[in-house]
Design a protein around this ligand. Sequence first.
Ligand code: ACO
Length: 428
Amino acid sequence: MPDTLTIIDNRTGKQYELSIANDTIKAMDLRQIKVNENDFGLMTYDPAFMNTASCKSMITFIDGEKGILRYRGYPIEHLAEKSNYLETAYLILYGELPNKPQYEEWVHNITYHTLIHENIKKLMDGFHYDAHPMGMLISTVAALSTFYNDAKEIHNPESRKKQTYRLIGKMPTIAAFAFRHSVGRPYVYPDNALSYTANLMSMLWKMTETQFQAHPALVKALDVLFILHADHEQNCSANAMRSIGSSHVDPYAAIAGAAAALYGPLHGGANEAVLRMLDEIGTKDNVPSFIKGVKSGSGRLMGFGHRVYKNYDPRAKVIKQLADEVFEVTGRNPKLDIALELERIALEDEYFVKRKLYPNVDFYSGLIYQAMGFPVEMFPVLFSIPRTAGWIAQWEEMLLDSDQKIARPRQVYLGSGMRDYVVMSKRK
Ligand code: ACO
């Protein structure tokens, strides 16, 4: 059987044969389908990219029906159990797990790029006392673009490597400084003797002690959360990263845009929205009436549903198990009972079952973050730190893909035809 698709245009009776590769036809092959020579040719209409592959990728595999997520072929559950965030970031970026010298060099390079320029600190000082840390993170990452002019050399692999170290190294520092600014505490500089996540915790919570000692179980839990959030193929922010990057702007400007896309409550801002929702529900007894409200269209059940997963989000499964380990150290987050009841009812309710709405990564992550002491405003920030590796990998793959050009979708124009300008005195 040939790998082709035969199309008959009933407007003209003409027949076309399009080739199929990887279960995909090329949208540009439709352009030849015309009613007459002056016709522009057929396009597809696909708002929100519901059924359009915008790239070929070798980074992350998701099977939404089966609830499978793999980075470079490795199941997320195995990485969560056996790897650590920096090793996973290396895997995502370079395609293979590092050997020992590669790993040590990688960790060294990230660790020695954690400091930020003192002027960045001054810039952060300028934010209002109640500035949202995610807004601060987005703006500050954009500002990094003005500090590293070499970042404009996006076609130079050495320059890309350098910006990768800087971005992955500095994100936790900027995130922690944003938090310290919001609570009026002095900034804590990075401690190179600590691991990636232990250092972040030190920069967030260290007071006057010589070295901050985070609980090892919590350091491990945060590291696992970072692994789970490191990449997720062509989601809203990855798509933003590729789209902005396709104009060949430097990676700091592109990451600021990707982080802005992540900030929204339908994407990475959902973990913050989940906690606000649980607060609004208040007690377990109010769950049935809340669910009723969601079904009648008064709002969404935040942390539920996903564009790709039509099954339990595999990250949510790992997080649910992790929650028990964290609560053993921190004490149980009382909102867990409300979340469990929401999940129990929703998974039995026809509305959610019919629409295949299951808990996503954000449903339980916020409960863990809160139990660990992070304020809700920090949740999207905690998502952005590990996702930086994914954004850079997606950006680099896009830059090196000879099929890619500047991202520029088409539109179906339905506005006015040509009209004559009317002077103001004659307008109705
Ligand atoms: N609560 C109630 N109903 C929902 C929910 C929800 N959380 N999610 C989807 N639905 C319903 C929609 O109303 C729609 O119903 P309809 O067919 O009767 O109109 C149907 O399910 C399909 O929903 P869409 O919005 O078409 O699905 P889409 O793929 O566009 O949206 C999204 C996916 C944005 C994640 C959505 O499920 C949502 O808003 N969830 C809540 C926000 C959230 O948790 N976001 C985090 C996603 S994970 C991440 O980004 C890290």
